[in-house]
Ligand binder design. Structure first.
Ligand code: ATP
Ligand code: MG
Length: 418
């Protein structure tokens, strides 16, 4: 038997119901907040992710699925959504008019990680990007949008961790101080961090291995190495978040695992126990230099991405999701009745009634069982004799009451009683 690849999974049954529900909320809320949907390719040139996510990040060094196509092009399955969106923004010259552009995407991403609770090799991310404004109102809208969406999905006890990475100059200033502090402790850090010390010292703060070491606990505070302007900007973001009742906590060690962030970065944490150490359900921040880095004009942006699998995992605790009951199930025995079932089903569906009927030659008894399994509210019992007289029998599947309706009034009857 051929089985699915490691770290992948099929979305079926309850998981499918949950995913559909989340997607309905996402589409509804994005529309509500005036975001436009964007779909970009599942794979892009490898260089795109090296230039955006960053050469020295875990994603690029260990996690991407790289391959060559039949024409030797170097391609990579997308490990995240922002790079493709920004590439598309530039390639389609969206910066030419109507800024800011508010976009949202929703699709599968690929990372070669060790699979575990809330961690897969193929997973789904939904995210939004606002391209074309450096206003703090954008930072606040993106954060509060994510927060409210999860609240609507039933999450309680959400916490926003937020930090300010400052401008490029601020970060250079901080990096110098951080390296001076870490230098004497280098031997106590993990091998990855020894490399990060040279390539990207900020990333050491994000290390999962060294997280609890005393060396990391006492690192200099990034917020103290910033210009007055950066500090003032961050103060404003926090002030607005308080106005909007977003529960946040400043975490000066939050840096995020991708290279392109500056100024505001944040994570949304859920305290649902099922999530274990996969408690970060969404994360994002500002990336004011990325568009220019990819060959576009200087356009400040902000966004976040959230992992839908983690939301699905936590949803088990939040609500017992059930399949929507069918409005109607049509039962029949002979060919003439079956013809009627097929045309009646189409007419009912066109009138907004959910309906189904047997297509596997079940006995009448099994058709009743199938109707129950689908929680059908009304049963349409087709019978040749009735049909010859222009009648159709409808049975309320709860009260078991039966009524004969004139055939040409059946749609109106079901629509008003369904
Ligand atoms: P983590 O620290 O958990 O590895 P990350 O920093 O790699 O997360 P991002 O790249 O910022 O995460 O992705 C944003 C969100 O996407 C995460 O908060 C999480 O919900 C989800 N996510 C990331 N990687 C995976 C994965 N391998 N499987 C499932 N969801 C994931
Ligand atoms: Mg990761």
């Amino acid at each position: 038997m051929i089985t699915k690849p490691k770290g992948c999974y099929d979305v079926i049954d309850k998981e499918a119901l949950k995913l559909n529900k989340i997607n309905r909320y996402i589409n509804y809320y994005c529309d509500f907040y005036n975001y436009d949907f964007i779909r970009t390719p599942l794979f892009e040139s490898r260089e795109l992710f090296h230039r955006t996510v960053g050469e020295s990040t875990d994603i690029v060094t260990k996690e991407t699925y790289d391959f060559k196509d039949r024409n030797d092009r170097e391609l990579t399955l997308r490990p995240e959504g922002t790079a493709g969106v920004v590439r598309s923004f530039i390639e389609n010259k969206m910066y030419g008019s109507n800024l800011p552009r508010k976009l949202y995407y929703n699709g599968t991403m690929y990372r070669y990680e060790r699979p575990g609770n809330g961690r897969n090799r193929e997973f789904t991310q939904f995210g939004v990007e606002i391209l074309g404004s450096n206003d703090v109102a954008v930072d606040v809208e993106v954060i509060s949008f994510a927060y409210r969406l999860f609240e609507e999905l039933g999450f309680q006890d959400l916490n926003v961790k937020i930090n300010n990475l400052g401008s490029k100059e601020d970060r250079e200033h901080y990096k110098k101080a951080l390296k001076e502090y870490l230098q004497p402790h280098l031997n106590n850090l993990c091998d990855d961090c020894k490399v990060r010390f040279e390539t990207n010292p900020l990333r050491i703060l994000d290390c999962k291995v060294d997280q609890d070491s005393s060396v990391l606990k006492n690192v200099p505070n990034i917020l103290e190495y910033q210009s007055e302007e950066s500090k003032e900007r961050f103060k404003k973001v926090l002030e607005y978040l308080r106005f909007l009742d977003v529960d946040y906590e400043v975490d000066a060690k939050l840096v995020r695992g991708l290279d392109y962030y500056d100024y505001t970065v944040f994570e949304i944490i859920s305290s649902e126990e099922v999530l274990g150490n996969a408690s970060t359900i969404a994360a994002g921040g500002r990336y004011n230099d990325l568009v220019e880095k990819l060959g576009g004009p200087s356009i400040p942006c902000m966004g976040f991405a959230c992992g839908l699998e983690r939301i699905m995992l936590a949803m088990d605790k939040i609500e017992n999701i059930e399949k929507r009951p069918l409005d109607c199930y049509i039962l029949y025995v002979n060919e003439e009745e079956k013809m009627k079932a097929i045309t009646l089903a189409q007419d009912l569906r066109c009138s907004g009634i959910s309906v189904d009927y047997d297509v596997t030659g079940r006995s009448l008894k099994s058709q009743f069982k199938e109707a129950d399994r689908n929680h059908a509210q009304l049963l349409i019992l087709l019978n040749s004799e009735d049909l010859q007289h222009g009648w159709i029998t409808v049975k309320d599947n709860l009260t078991k009451e039966e009524i004969k309706i004139e055939e040409n009034e059946i749609i109106d009857y079901i629509v008003s009683n369904g």
